[in-house]
Design a protein around this ligand. Structure first.
Ligand code: ATP
Ligand code: ATP
Ligand code: MG
Ligand code: MG
Ligand code: MG
Ligand code: MG
Length: 256
């Protein structure tokens, strides 16, 4: 096709190809979900249905984009890890993160009523995105550990805060009580004042959600009364410890 005299404007676009042979992580995060969660009466400190909706969206993203090998989600955020050698969209940062953020957001809207059949979606949710390259496996695993530690710290803090508020403290007083306290103190407070053993709270709250593929044998049909099986790769959701090495040793295929 003949080029128009306007074609030169294309040269203003900056190249944003991400470094080859590194793990690309795209993290998306809900915009103003503090407000969104209030406007939609999310349960405090954790709305399980809202988390399950996030997981369903992440699963849809992974099923659509096969180059994503792992995803980790907590609160209103999700991190997606691409395989090291992915050449999807020529590894262009803006393409990858805009596609993930918009696919995630549109799926969130599509699936909303499945998770909240009695709640009307008040307005369009949206997600920001960023893409970062991690050059070594150790740094990638540190990134994921960072997100899971964050999940743990926030969840422990929020659980204490909401228990204190439910017990009649003002939000300000509750924050003062917790300011500068260590994990041990918070565990003790939950146990002695509210009879809650932190380690027995649902894993989805304490550990976030990890998505990855697992090969499973599936019966596809029956022939002469005998089952015909195929190995299928399925995206599974687990609430496991991804800080310790054990998970990665047992699932070495994920990021190899
Ligand atoms: P930003 O636009 O900068 O991301 P934000 O309001 O989304 O601002 P975040 O730091 O992303 O702030 O925090 C998300 C907030 O959304 C949480 O602090 C919490 O109040 C709320 N939230 C998200 N998911 C849930 C959930 N499953 N249950 C209860 N509250 C939730
Ligand atoms: P990419 O993912 O690279 O953007 P694409 O298939 O979306 O690929 P585009 O160059 O963006 O390719 O072109 C969009 C195409 O969508 C058009 O060529 C046309 O076929 C179709 N399309 C978009 N809007 C309309 C419309 N209003 N009516 C008919 N066809 C449309
Ligand atoms: Mg933010
Ligand atoms: Mg947010
Ligand atoms: Mg967030
Ligand atoms: Mg297009």
């Amino acid at each position: 096709m003949a080029k128009s005299k306007y074609e030169y404007v294309k040269s203003f676009e900056l190249a944003d190809h991400l470094l080859p042979h590194t793990w690309i992580v795209v993290r998306i995060d809900g915009r103003s979900f503090h407000r969104f969660s209030k406007d939609h009466q999310f349960k405090r400190p954790n709305d399980e249905q809202a988390l399950r909706l996030m997981n369903e969206c992440a699963k849809a993203v992974m099923e659509d984009i096969s180059d994503i090998v792992f995803a980790y989600g907590v609160s209103d955020e999700y991190s997606f890890v691409f395989r090291k050698t992915s050449s999807l969209y020529e590894r262009r940062s803006s393409k990858l993160m805009s596609i993930l953020a918009s696919l995630f957001a549109s799926t969130y809207v599509m699936k909303w009523s499945q998770f909240f059949p009695d709640k009307k979606l008040q307005y369009a949710p949206c997600f920001d995105g960023r893409a970062v390259c991690y050059p070594t496996e150790a740094i990638l695993l540190d990134y994921l550990a960072w997100r899971q530690v964050d999940c743990h710290i926030n969840n422990q803090y929020n659980t204490c805060l909401w228990m204190l508020v439910e017990a009649g403290k003002s939000s300000e007083d509750a924050q003062k009580i917790l300011k500068g306290t260590q994990a041990d103190y918070k565990n003790e407070l939950l146990y002695t004042q509210f009879g809650i053993n932190y380690s027995t709270l649902p894993e989805i709250f304490r550990k976030g959600s990890s998505l990855f593929r697992r090969k499973e044998e599936e019966i596809v049909k029956f022939k002469d009364g005998l089952p015909i099986k195929r190995i299928r790769s399925k995206v599974v959701v687990e609430h496991c410890d991804i800080i310790s090495q054990q998970f990665w040793e047992e699932h070495a295929y994920i990021i190899s």
